[in-house]
Design a protein around this ligand. Structure first.
Ligand SMILES: Cc1cc2nc3c(=O)[nH]c(=O)nc-3n(C[C@H](O)[C@H](O)[C@H](O)COP(=O)(O)O)c2cc1C
Length: 53
């Protein structure tokens, strides 16, 4: 069964780790950029800091 590594990375740190995991496990890899057209970075900001944070 083929695995999929899905990651979100703003600075590239998580991307490096995700790429290594995907390589070592021979998995597919996909960067999470948006949710239904809403930018992932903005969503994280709202989730962690609130709409007005
Ligand atoms: C605007 C923004 C705010 C974030 N705030 C938090 C936070 O308060 N706490 C947290 O655990 N993660 C927070 N995250 C997620 C992580 O800090 C980080 O972005 C994620 O692990 C990816 O790491 P990388 O960008 O270094 O690859 C935030 C991400 C973004 C884009």
């Amino acid at each position: 069964m083929k695995s999929l590594v899905v990651f979100f990375s703003e600075t590239g740190n998580t991307q490096k780790v995700a790429e290594e995991i995907a390589k070592q496990t021979e998995a597919e890899i996909e960067q999470l950029r948006e949710f239904g057209g809403f930018p992932a970075a903005k969503l994280f900001k709202i989730l962690f800091r609130g709409k007005h944070g």
